[in-house]
Design a protein around this ligand. Structure first.
Ligand code: 5GP
Length: 113
Protein backbone atom coordinates (compact mmCIF):
# COMPACT_ATOMS: atom_id res chain seq x y z
CA UNK A 1 0.00 0.00 0.00
CA UNK A 2 1.40 3.42 -0.93
CA UNK A 3 1.77 6.16 1.67
CA UNK A 4 -1.04 8.61 2.29
CA UNK A 5 -1.65 11.78 4.23
CA UNK A 6 -2.92 9.59 7.09
CA UNK A 7 0.37 7.66 7.07
CA UNK A 8 2.14 10.98 7.58
CA UNK A 9 -0.27 11.84 10.40
CA UNK A 10 0.39 8.47 12.10
CA UNK A 11 4.14 9.13 11.92
CA UNK A 12 3.65 12.61 13.40
CA UNK A 13 4.88 14.35 10.25
CA UNK A 14 1.67 16.38 9.92
CA UNK A 15 0.03 17.98 12.97
CA UNK A 16 -3.58 17.14 13.79
CA UNK A 17 -6.07 18.03 16.47
CA UNK A 18 -5.83 14.69 18.28
CA UNK A 19 -8.92 13.44 20.10
CA UNK A 20 -7.96 9.87 21.04
CA UNK A 21 -5.06 7.45 20.68
CA UNK A 22 -4.30 3.90 21.69
CA UNK A 23 -1.95 1.16 20.44
CA UNK A 24 -4.06 0.43 17.36
CA UNK A 25 -6.01 3.59 16.69
CA UNK A 26 -5.86 7.35 16.20
CA UNK A 27 -8.78 9.76 16.22
CA UNK A 28 -8.46 13.39 15.14
CA UNK A 29 -10.62 16.26 13.92
CA UNK A 30 -11.35 16.39 10.21
CA UNK A 31 -9.64 19.34 8.50
CA UNK A 32 -12.80 20.10 6.50
CA UNK A 33 -15.66 19.45 8.94
CA UNK A 34 -19.08 18.56 7.56
CA UNK A 35 -20.79 18.86 10.94
CA UNK A 36 -20.08 20.77 14.19
CA UNK A 37 -18.28 17.64 15.36
CA UNK A 38 -16.42 15.72 12.63
CA UNK A 39 -13.77 13.25 13.76
CA UNK A 40 -11.85 10.60 11.83
CA UNK A 41 -11.02 7.28 13.49
CA UNK A 42 -8.24 5.37 11.72
CA UNK A 43 -6.21 2.22 12.30
CA UNK A 44 -2.45 2.68 12.65
CA UNK A 45 -2.15 -0.38 10.40
CA UNK A 46 -2.14 0.75 6.75
CA UNK A 47 -5.29 -0.84 5.33
CA UNK A 48 -6.29 1.09 2.20
CA UNK A 49 -10.04 0.56 2.46
CA UNK A 50 -12.68 -1.70 3.98
CA UNK A 51 -12.56 -3.91 0.88
CA UNK A 52 -8.89 -4.67 1.61
CA UNK A 53 -9.51 -5.81 5.19
CA UNK A 54 -9.15 -9.58 5.74
CA UNK A 55 -10.10 -12.10 8.37
CA UNK A 56 -6.80 -11.23 10.08
CA UNK A 57 -8.23 -7.76 10.67
CA UNK A 58 -11.39 -9.01 12.35
CA UNK A 59 -10.34 -8.01 15.88
CA UNK A 60 -8.93 -4.69 14.64
CA UNK A 61 -12.20 -3.80 12.91
CA UNK A 62 -14.11 -4.53 16.12
CA UNK A 63 -11.62 -2.43 18.04
CA UNK A 64 -12.08 0.45 15.59
CA UNK A 65 -15.85 0.45 15.98
CA UNK A 66 -15.59 0.33 19.76
CA UNK A 67 -13.12 3.22 19.48
CA UNK A 68 -15.73 5.12 17.47
CA UNK A 69 -18.20 4.61 20.31
CA UNK A 70 -15.61 5.61 22.92
CA UNK A 71 -14.69 8.80 21.05
CA UNK A 72 -18.35 9.74 20.50
CA UNK A 73 -18.97 9.38 24.24
CA UNK A 74 -15.78 11.31 25.03
CA UNK A 75 -16.90 14.32 22.97
CA UNK A 76 -20.43 14.23 24.38
CA UNK A 77 -22.50 12.99 21.44
CA UNK A 78 -25.15 11.57 23.77
CA UNK A 79 -28.02 12.41 21.39
CA UNK A 80 -26.66 10.27 18.55
CA UNK A 81 -24.30 10.68 15.64
CA UNK A 82 -23.53 9.26 12.22
CA UNK A 83 -20.68 6.86 11.40
CA UNK A 84 -19.53 6.83 7.75
CA UNK A 85 -16.98 4.62 6.04
CA UNK A 86 -16.52 5.66 2.42
CA UNK A 87 -15.16 2.73 0.41
CA UNK A 88 -13.57 3.17 -3.01
CA UNK A 89 -14.36 5.55 -5.85
CA UNK A 90 -18.15 5.21 -5.91
CA UNK A 91 -18.17 5.43 -2.11
CA UNK A 92 -16.53 8.85 -2.34
CA UNK A 93 -13.30 7.77 -0.62
CA UNK A 94 -10.54 10.34 -1.17
CA UNK A 95 -7.82 9.12 1.24
CA UNK A 96 -6.67 5.54 0.66
CA UNK A 97 -6.31 4.61 4.33
CA UNK A 98 -9.29 3.01 6.08
CA UNK A 99 -11.15 5.49 8.26
CA UNK A 100 -14.47 6.01 9.98
CA UNK A 101 -16.05 9.46 10.07
CA UNK A 102 -17.95 10.45 13.21
CA UNK A 103 -20.37 13.26 12.38
CA UNK A 104 -22.49 14.86 15.06
CA UNK A 105 -23.94 17.78 17.00
CA UNK A 106 -26.56 18.35 14.30
CA UNK A 107 -29.51 16.38 12.93
CA UNK A 108 -28.40 14.27 9.95
CA UNK A 109 -30.52 13.89 6.83
CA UNK A 110 -31.13 10.75 4.80
CA UNK A 111 -30.25 9.68 2.15
CA UNK A 112 -26.69 11.01 2.00
CA UNK A 113 -25.59 12.62 -1.25
P1 5GP B 1 -12.88 10.33 2.61
O1 5GP B 1 -13.40 11.31 1.59
O2 5GP B 1 -11.68 9.57 2.09
O3 5GP B 1 -13.95 9.44 3.19
O4 5GP B 1 -12.41 11.21 3.85
C1 5GP B 1 -11.14 11.76 3.96
C2 5GP B 1 -11.26 12.88 4.96
O5 5GP B 1 -9.95 13.25 5.35
C3 5GP B 1 -11.94 14.13 4.42
O6 5GP B 1 -13.09 14.41 5.20
C4 5GP B 1 -10.86 15.21 4.55
O7 5GP B 1 -11.39 16.45 4.95
C5 5GP B 1 -9.93 14.63 5.60
N1 5GP B 1 -8.55 15.06 5.47
C6 5GP B 1 -7.78 15.05 4.35
N2 5GP B 1 -6.55 15.50 4.61
C7 5GP B 1 -6.52 15.79 5.94
C8 5GP B 1 -5.49 16.30 6.80
O8 5GP B 1 -4.36 16.59 6.41
N3 5GP B 1 -5.83 16.48 8.12
C9 5GP B 1 -7.08 16.17 8.59
N4 5GP B 1 -7.30 16.36 9.90
N5 5GP B 1 -8.06 15.68 7.80
C10 5GP B 1 -7.78 15.50 6.49
Amino acid sequence: MSDTIFGKIIRGEIPVDLVYEDDLTLAFKDINPQAPIHILVIPKKPISKLDEATIEDQALLGHLLLSVKKVAQQVGLSNGYRVVCNNGVDGGQTVDHLHFHILGDRLMSWPPG
